[in-house]
Design a protein around this ligand. Structure first.
Ligand code: NCD
Length: 357
């Protein structure tokens, strides 16, 4: 079977096929109304969610399947101390596929290692969020008509914003993409995403100004400052209002530029932007459902169910992951494994944090 833990678990051809299916569903959804009849999705959400969970559930229902699950950790046995791998072992007896959101980084991989059914990572802490990227890719494709030759500005919390990390990993595989990274110094990308950009030789511009590169952007991807991931409320307060996109600031943007946001927004996009035709964030939420429909159908196809799980390779190590939000440090008796970057550097197999010798 196949899991979706990181967006790179899907090849560019597979992403293209999912986009094609999603566009077909948008045209004639009725054709797919019985595609997953008799199948069950479990949504295990240990962290708050509106769009991701409800769009997964709507997606499964519109494919003729059914849904079980929980929407907060306090109503699951996690509250009694159960570890994620035990939870998925149990739930796999009740469901054909699992979508899981967890505050701990690497939790989805830890779950997949023990799961006899496909696991979809619906967000693992500040690490990654591959199905939001599917929504983002379909939005760019439908709104701009291509996924190559784009200048993409990513603005706000690039450090803790898991949607940003996954979107960069995905866009690195398309041709001629220029990245404009817009953040205060405290919220720059984590080292593993910076390394991915460097290894790919990507063209990157960095600024702390939202206005500076506005005229050259094809996509402006706004993000919320992720309050729940900060080490202290003082650290959050210092940067919480770092950017606010307003209609006036869009005056210098291209006429066919698009503003995306994974939502929820707090105050980083003023309401006066909503009626601008370039504001694509509410259409993006519909695209999330369409891509989740395409994904569920694909992962439950015979082709995917009979394929190799392709979990990332690992090697035993006595090193400890320095990230205290990593699953290796949060679950008892966890066997730490290291992985190697393409340039040979050792990183935690679960959360990708660099391991220092
Ligand atoms: C994002 C998330 O959960 O990472 N939301 C979403 O899934 N649409 C972004 C966020 O919470 O800021």
């Amino acid at each position: 079977m196949r899991h979706l833990l990181d967006v790179c678990d899907l090849s560019v051809d597979e992403l293209g096929a999912l986009i094609k299916t999603a566009e077909d569903i948008a045209k004639d959804g009725k054709k797919y109304a019985r595609a997953l009849e008799g199948k069950k999705l479990a949504t295990l959400f240990f962290e708050p969610s509106t769009r991701t969970r409800l769009s997964f559930e709507a997606a499964m229902i519109e494919l003729g399947g059914s849904v079980i699950g929980f929407s907060e950790a306090s109503s699951s046995s996690a509250a009694k101390g159960e570890c994620v791998s035990d939870t998925v072992r149990v739930v796999s007896n009740y469901a054909d596929i699992i979508a899981m959101r967890h505050p701990i980084e690497g939790a989805a991989l830890a779950a997949a290692e023990k799961s006899p059914v496909p696991i979809i990572n619906a967000g693992d802490g500040g690490h990654c969020h591959p199905t939001q990227t599917l929504a983002d890719l379909l939005t760019i494709h439908r709104e701009i008509g291509r996924l190559d030759d784009l200048t993409i500005g990513l603005c706000g919390d690039l450090l803790y914003g898991r949607t940003v990390h996954s979107l960069i990993n995905a866009m690195l595989r398309y041709k001629n993409i220029r990245f404009v990274l817009i953040s205060p110094p405290e919220l720059r990308l984590p080292e593993y995403t910076q390394n991915a950009l460097r290894r790919a030789g990507a063209e990157v511009l960095e600024t702390s100004s939202l206005e500076e590169y506005m005229p050259i952007l094809d996509v402006l991807y706004m993000t919320r400052v992720q309050r729940e991931r900060f080490p202290s409320s003082e650290a959050y307060e210092a940067v919480k209002d770092c950017y606010r996109l307003t209609a006036a600031k869009l005056a210098d943007a291209k006429k066919d530029m698009r503003v995306l946001h994974p939502l929820p927004r707090v105050n980083e996009i003023a309401k006066d932007v909503d009626d601008d035709p370039r504001a694509a964030y509410f259409r993006q939420t519909l695209n999330g459902k369409l891509m989740r429909m395409a994904l569920l159908r694909y992962l439950l196809s015979d082709e995917a169910l009979n394929a190799d799980a392709k979990l990332p390779e690992g090697e035993q190590t006595s090193l400890k992951c320095p990230n205290n939000k990593c699953v290796t440090n949060c679950e008892s008796d966890f066997v730490m494994m290291a992985a190697r970057d393409e340039d040979g550097a050792l990183k935690c197999r679960y959360c990708e944090t660099k391991l220092d010798k």
